[in-house]
Design a protein around this ligand. Structure first.
Ligand code: ADP
Length: 520
């Protein structure tokens, strides 16, 4: 079976991931940033529009006070106006003013020759007169309307002192709720002012009156009052229920939403890419596994065939040479058997069909049986073996064949991945609830970044030896699965260039045995 070769993504797994995530994350973050910018821009526009409207309204409120004032003056001045038009005496005019002065503080009549002291503004095509003189009551201005004689000439001004603070405080509500609504140019009218707070402040900045509570103060706009209300100012702010305030709240929610969405999307992409990358790697690993295994099987067969032919044709010079060929045949058939065992075990474990027969196992026996078949190969390749297994170790709960297989794999690796320093130590110790069995070598060692990956199936570390030393990347994956099926674990401690120690931790035997099926 030949698996298709997929184009490899360059670099280590971490770099590949960073590359792929970067390719998605950068555009995603850029788009999210763009969406946030657009949202903020729309929000700014809405706020600017609301502020413009508030400035316009503040102006209108100040004008509305002047209209209110002159309307009240006009209402009150009627009888005095009548007397002036009939040519009545000043005293009668003053008396008439006095009878209608309830809303204001005190009546006053200014004859025409003293009217120069009064200021004048036009309010809705009517003249509103005001001034401090002749009142001498500085904080209470005098406000008046023009009175005309029988022939239409101005004879004087009739009006009252009034308290602007009190006037504003009592009139603000009606000015905002009724008068603004009747201004023809006031677009939106009452409907638009419903969610606005209007406040009036005096010369010292103290609040005189307010309608509704201010909410979104970014939209506050002010206008100075003029005429008899000079020094007072009107301020208009959106309330919390105004559309602009709602829009601003939504902006915040939307920005958070955009970021959450981006984070969730990036998370999903990350997980998805990791999965895809793993699948690609798996296919690549499987494909190299097939070619490795084929090679692994062919090489010993060729060597055995050659040695057998040599022996058959008696092409050896002396008995030592004959022995050498026989040992070669033994060694290669051992390797072949181990590889076939590995492949069979692997497929059984993968399909969940491997049964382990657990029983009490003495570690000394386990080690002795394993070494029996392996010692020859060690000696043949010039390895010094140091075994340290105390006889009084507790028995372990194990499937003896499976565990022997694990030890063989570890020993085989120790041989394969050693160079000049050909020393192997096999030692066992009792630990709490476990017995540890370690195989230590003085070989090439393993980089820390690869120390967990080597237990995955088909994984072979890209070292200088991986091309010369044959393997299928199955051994440690099998060891890991078998040991876990024993409720134990396998650990590795290794320094590149110094050597490695692989340790199997197997639970000790406690009464009550049985079989267990490993999880695949
Ligand atoms: P294989 O030996 O067939 O390649 P394994 O699963 O037994 O497969 O080992 C996986 C990888 O772990 C090996 O390719 C090797 O790079 C590394 N490895 C295993 N044992 C050792 C060791 N004792 N010293 C150095 N590297 C090792």
């Amino acid at each position: 079976m030949k698996l298709p070769r997929l184009p490899a993504i360059p670099g280590s797994r971490r770099r590949k991931m960073a590359l792929l995530v970067g390719a998605v994350a950068i555009p995603a973050l850029a788009l999210a940033g763009f969406a946030v910018l657009l949202t903020l821009r729309v929000a700014r526009e809405v706020e600017a529009e609301a502020s413009r409207y508030n400035a316009y309204l503040a102006e209108k409120v100040t004008e509305a006070f002047e209209v209110e004032l002159i309307t009240q003056l006009r209402d009150a001045v009627g009888p005095a106006e009548q007397i002036a038009r009939e040519g009545g005496p000043d005293a009668a005019i003053i008396r008439a003013l006095a009878t209608r002065s309830r809303r204001f503080e005190a009546p006053h009549y200014v004859p025409v020759d003293r009217m120069d002291n009064l200021s004048m503004i036009m309010v809705e095509s009517q003249v509103l007169l005001f001034g401090e003189d002749p009142t001498q009551r500085r904080e209470h201005p005098f406000a008046a309307v023009v009175l005309r004689g029988p022939n239409g000439d101005v004879t004087g001004a009739g009006g009252w002192w009034f308290n602007p603070r009190a006037f504003i405080a009592t009139s603000l509500d009606s000015v905002v709720r009724d008068r603004l609504n009747t201004i023809p140019r006031m677009y939106g009218g009452l409907e638009s002012t419903r969610n606005l707070c209007v406040q009036v402040f005096d010369r010292e900045g103290h609040e005189v009156a307010r309608v509704r509570e201010p909410g979104f103060t970014n939209t506050t706009r002010r206008a100075d009052m003029t005429g008899p209300f000079e020094g007072f100012r009107v301020s208009v702010t959106a309330t919390n229920r105004a559309p602009v305030a709602t829009a601003q709240r939504f902006v915040l929610v939307e920005v958070v939403f955009i970021f959450l969405l981006t984070a969730v999307m990036l998370g999903a992409v990350f997980v998805g890419l990791r999965y895809i990358l793993r699948q690609i790697e798996l296919v690549q690993e499987k494909s190299s596994f097939v070619s490795n295994v084929t090679h692994e099987l062919k090489t010993p067969i060729a060597v055995v065939k050659l040695a057998t032919e040599t022996l058959e044709m008696k092409r050896f010079r002396n008995p030592e040479e004959e022995g050498k060929y026989l040992r070669t045949i033994m060694r290669e058939t051992d390797r072949l058997a181990q590889l076939v065992d590995n492949i069979l075990d692997f497929s059984r474990l993968e399909s969940g069909k491997k049964m382990l027969r657990m029983g009490p196992v003495a570690v000394t026996d386990l080690v002795a049986n394993t070494l029996e078949s392996f010692r020859l190969r060690l000696e043949d390749q010039g390895f010094a073996l140091d075994v340290d297994v105390p006889a009084d170790l507790p028995r372990i709960r194990a499937d003896v064949i499976a565990l022997q297989h694990c030890l063989l794999n570890l020993l085989d690796n120790a041989v394969k991945y050693s160079r000049e320093r050909r020393e192997i130590r096999l030692f066992a110790r009792a630990q709490e609830g476990f017995v540890s069995i370690s195989v230590a070598d003085r070989g090439i060692g393993i980089d820390p970044e690869h120390q967990t990956r080597i237990f995955e199936k088909f994984v072979r570390v890209e070292t200088g030896l991986v091309h010369t030393v044959k393997g299928a990347g199955l051994g440690l994956s099998l060891v890991d699965q078998i040991v876990r099926a024993h409720y134990g674990r396998v650990e590795v401690a290794s320094t590149p260039g110094e050597g490695s120690i692989f340790t199997l931790l197997i639970p000790i035997w406690v009464d009550g045995s049985g079989s267990s099926r490993p999880k695949s």
